[in-house]
Design a protein around this ligand. Sequence first.
Ligand SMILES: Nc1ncnc2c1ncn2[C@@H]1O[C@H](COP(=O)(O)OP(=O)(O)OP(=O)(O)O)[C@@H](O)[C@H]1O
Ligand SMILES: [Mg+2]
Length: 339
Amino acid sequence: MKLTEHTRFSGCGAKLGPGVLDKALCGLSQPAYPGLVADFAGGEDAGVFRLAPGLALVQTVDFFPPIVDDPRLFGRIAAANALSDVYAMGGRPVTALALVCHPLKALGLEPLRAMLEGGLEALVEAGCALLGGHSVEDAEPKLGYAVTGLVDPDRAWRNNTLEPGCALLLTKPLGTGLVNMAVRAGLASPEAVEASQASMATLNRAAAEVLAAFPVKACTDVTGFGLAGHAAEMAAGPRCGVVLHADALPFLPGVAEYAAMGLVPEGTYRNREGRGHVLAGTAPEGLLDLVFDPQTSGGLLAAVPEAAAGDALAALRAAGVTAWAVGEAGGEPGSVRLA
Ligand SMILES: Nc1ncnc2c1ncn2[C@@H]1O[C@H](COP(=O)(O)OP(=O)(O)OP(=O)(O)O)[C@@H](O)[C@H]1O
Ligand SMILES: [Mg+2]
């Protein structure tokens, strides 16, 4: 029985759209706790809470329905995706809790065991201890992790602290949502499937560890809101917007073709509706479905000063991390331009 036959949405494509989330969260306010460094109000990848001088918790939770049929691979992807929010803050993951929704009657126990094994494999690779979890019976399978990391709060990478003069580096190719739609339609090439699965299963650990040696000015990971949606979070800072170089964007094999065939996930439309305005008409229609494609377990999008960008790219590649310069800081704050 195929895992993905039990779900309407896949991976990060299952998220509520950014517009809906804005409306749900706006107006929520809490006391200004002395230790609170970053919470949901800033739309950060993870929250940050200071415990002592130079030491803060970085906490995040992500869970979603299967994006692949192999349960072990799905577990690995779910863990890699959840860990990624800690890496995107410059943190080191230390503990995790599993969140499980499982249709026991339809699927039986074996796929759940395999999912949890795959997830644990990724956590071990991250040096992150699995402390426990919570599991409920549900109509659709879902798996994810709440991950806690540690970070120096003064050195945590924020997503809205972009400075002029920075280059933007991306550490994974784009298009996992489109490839998944092509898989569901039976039209994906083996080459596209293999590249997409390998990318989703890769931890952002090496990328984050290499980047930590460089003066990172802002960082996020590219996930459910797509490259343009997460670039919009980076452009939301006070100093400048984001310019993406359309010709430099790395795509998984076949995705332009899948987009042209209309194999576009629903999440893309939610992203375009919620964040399309930031592009202010600068993107050709054909490219919109690519830059708003929801990514599952996507790469880091990091801003480093132009002068350090070449060295950072070389260091990433030397560590076996795929990496591309995809844009720069520029334009009005709040704007994302495709040039
Ligand atoms: N129900 C909620 N209550 C409070 N904050 C929320 C809730 N849902 C999302 N958030 C916050 O909204 C922001 C955006 O959430 P989102 O899940 O899109 O971020 P992400 O985890 O970086 O992305 P992804 O899930 O695609 O990896 C984060 O700061 C998150 O903590
Ligand atoms: Mg999330």
